[in-house]
Design a protein around this ligand. Structure first.
Ligand code: ADP
Ligand code: GLC
Length: 483
C-alpha cells in the first residue's frame, strides 16, 4: 500500500505544535507496519539546507502563474522519502509557517496552502516527476483541506483520509480566493466548500475526503456536538459513519528519560531517585528555591484560551500558599503572558516563567517537574500529558478529548491503596475551583512517597507508543481501499 502523507509541519524540521510531532512519528510507525510512505511538505526557509542531498525531481505547473520545483530527500533520522515544494516567493520567508513574525497570519495563506493541497493531488495522478503514485492520501488539518477536492477535480484514483487535529483552526478565507485557486463555481455552496459565505479549507476537507479521522475517540464524539463542533457539528454528524477517532502516540525515542540528551541525568522507572537530580538542576536553572521536597508543577503550552491556563492564574494565589512551585514555558496571547510574568514577579523563587519556544527546556520541565498541569477547555489529543506519563511526571488534566482517553484517573481506596489502573488525575468538571481541588489532591498524593512512586511507575508503564495507533490507521486505509 502506497501512502502520501501531506502536512504543513514536521518534527524535527519545522514545528509549532503537536501536528509536527505526529507528522514526525506516524509515517515511521506506518513504514514499520509495512506501508510504502512518502511525505509532502512546503520547503520553508532553511528546510532544504537541513536535509540530506535533496534531489530535484522537476517542476509542476500548479496554477497558471505558479510553477514550483519538487525536491526529494529523506526525513532526517529516517529513510522515509520526503518531498519538498520549493517556491521561493511563497515559502522562503523569515517567520513562522503560518505567521509573519510581527503582523499575524501571512495574507496569502490561502495560496500557500492551496499550493500544498494542489501539489499533493498532482502527485497522486500519473505525472512526469516519479512513477510512484499513492493509493491513499493522508491529509492533516485545514492546510491540506483542498487536497480531497483537487483529487476529485483531477480524477485521481487515490482515496483520501482527512485527519482533524484541531477544529478551531479552519482556514476560512474571502470567497474570491476560489478563482485564484481554480475551484469550481458550482461547488461554492453548502454541499461543497462554502462555509458561511467563505471559502473554507476545513469544510472542503470534511466534505470531500473519503474518510475522516481525528486524534482521539472522545474528540471524535465531542466534535459532533454544538459545544465542540465550531459550526461543523451538523456535517460531522452526517458523516459519522466515515469518522473515526484514533489516539495519537508519541515518539518514544525522542521522549525517553533514559536517553534524553537534554537532561543533566537520565533515569527510568527503576532509577526514579535520579529524577530528583533533574528537578534540582531545573530549580537552579530557573531560579527556583532548591527545595527538592516542594512539589513542582509544570506547564509547557501554547498560552491560548483552548489550554485553559487562565484558570491556573486565577487559582494561583491559593495554590501557591501551600508552598508548591510552578515552572511555566509557553507563548501565545499577550495578556496571558503578562499575567504569568506578573505571577513570577510576585513569587520570586517559587514561580518561574519562560516566555518563548524552547525545545530543550521543554524536555527538562517535562522531566524535572513532579506534576504536569493541562486544564484544557478542549483538547483533540494533547501530547504533553503523554510525555508526562513517560517521564513519571503525573498529569493533572481536564476530562476532555485525548486527555480523557490517555490519562486514567482514580482515588485512593478506603484501605489506602492506589487503583492499579491509575496514571494521573482527571478533573471532575472544567472550572477553576475544580482545578484547585484536583491539584491539591495531587499534591497530597505527592506527600506520600510510597503511593507517589507507585503512581509514577504505573504512569511510566502505560503504552503511549505509536504501534497500536498505527495499526488502527492501517485498518482504516484497508477499509477505504476495499470500499
Ligand atoms: P498543541 O498542538 O495543541 O499545541 P500538543 O500537546 O498536541 O498541543 O502539542 C504541543 C507540542 O508543542 C508538544 O510537543 C509541546 O512540548 C510543544 N510545545 C508547546 N509549547 C512549547 C514551548 N513554548 N516550547 C517548546 N515546546 C513547546
Ligand atoms: C492539535 C491539537 C492537539 C493534538 C495535536 C496533534 O494541535 O490541539 O490536541 O495533540 O494537534 O494531533
Amino acid at each position: 500500500m502506497r501512502l502520501l502523507f501531506v502536512t504543513s509541519e514536521i518534527f524535527p524540521l519545522i514545528k509549532t505544535g503537536g501536528l509536527a510531532d505526529v507528522s514526525g512519528a506516524l509515517p515511521a510507525a506506518l513504514t514499520a507496519a509495512g506501508l510504502d510512505v512518502q511525505i509532502l511538505l512546503p520547503a520553508y526557509r532553511g528546510i532544504l539546507a537541513q536535509c540530506e542531498s535533496p534531489q530535484r525531481l522537476g517542476a509542476l505547473q500548479a496554477f497558471h502563474d505558479i510553477r514550483c520545483d519538487i525536491y526529494r530527500t529523506t526525513l532526517p533520522g529516517t529513510n522515509i522519502p520526503l518531498l519538498l515544494i520549493d517556491d521561493l516567493a511563497l515559502y522562503d520567508r523569515y517567520g513562522g509557517p503560518y505567521h509573519h513574525p510581527v503582523y499575524g497570519d501571512w495574507q496569502d495563506n490561502p495560496l500557500r496552502f492551496g499550493l500544498l493541497s494542489k501539489v499533493a493531488a498532482m502527485l497522486s495522478v500519473p505525472n512526469m516527476l516519479q512513477p510512484w503514485q499513492p493509493d491513499i492520501v493522508h491529509c492533516n488539518d485545514w492546510q491540506t483541506g483542498l487536497t480531497p477536492y483537487y483529487l476529485r477535480q483531477m480524477g485521481s484514483q487515490a482515496k483520501s483520509i482527512f485527519s482533524i487535529h484541531n477544529l478551531a483552526f479552519q482556514g476560512n478565507f474571502h470567497a474570491d480566493w476560489r478563482y485564484r485557486l481554480t475551484l469550481n463555481e458550482n461547488d461554492f455552496q453548502a454541499e461543497g466548500y462554502e462555509f458561511y459565505g467563505h471559502l473554507s479549507f476545513m469544510k472542503a476537507g470534511l466534505y470531500y475526503a473519503d474518510a475522516l479521522s481525528t486524534v482521539s475517540p472522545t474528540y471524535a464524539k465531542e466534535i459532533q456536538t454544538e459545544q465542540f463542533g465550531f459550526g461543523f457539528q451538523g456535517l460531522l454528524q452526517h458523516r459519522a459513519q466515515d469518522l473515526t477517532g484514533i489516539l495519537n502516540g508519541i515518539d518514544t525515542e525522542v521522549w525517553d528519560p533514559a536517553i534524553d540528551p537534554y537532561l543533566p541525568v537520565n533515569y527510568d522507572a527503576f532509577t526514579l531517585s535520579r529524577k530528583n537530580e533533574v528537578k534540582q538542576a531545573l530549580q537552579t536553572e530557573l531560579g527556583l528555591q532548591p527545595l527538592v521536597t516542594a512539589p513542582l508543577l509544570g506547564v509547557v503550552s501554547r498560552l491560548t484560551h483552548q489550554k485553559g491556563l487562565d484558570m491556573l492564574v486565577e487559582i494561583a494565589h491559593e495554590l501557591l500558599a501551600s508552598g508548591c512551585q510552578l515552572a511555566v514555558l509557553g507563548s501565545g496571547e499577550a495578556a496571558l503572558e503578562q499575567q504569568y510574568l506578573a505571577l513570577m514577579q510576585q513569587y520570586p523563587g517559587q514561580v518561574a516563567v519562560t516566555i518563548g519556544y524552547n525545545e530543550p527546556l521543554s524536555h527538562r520541565i517535562m522531566a524535572g517537574t513532579d506534576i504536569f498541569v493541562m486544564p484544557s477547555r478542549f483538547e483533540p489529543c494533547g501530547l504533553n500529558q503523554m510525555y508526562g506519563l513517560r517521564y513519571g511526571t503525573i498529569p493533572v488534566v481536564a476530562n476532555t478529548g485525548g486527555l480523557a482517553d490517555s490519562v486514567q484517573g482514580g482515588e485512593i481506596t478506603a484501605t489506602g491503596d492506589l487503583p492499579p489502573t491509575m496514571t494521573g488525575l482527571v478533573m471532575a468538571e472544567n472550572n477553576p475551583s475544580t482545578l484547585l481541588v484536583t491539584l491539591r489532591q495531587a499534591i497530597q498524593l505527592y506527600a506520600n512517597s510510597g503511593q507517589w512512586h507507585q503512581l509514577q511507575k504505573q504512569a511510566m508503564r502505560q503504552d503511549v507508543s505509536w504501534e497500536t495507533s498505527a495499526k488502527h490507521y492501517l485498518d482504516e486505509y484497508k477499509k477505504l481501499l476495499s470500499s
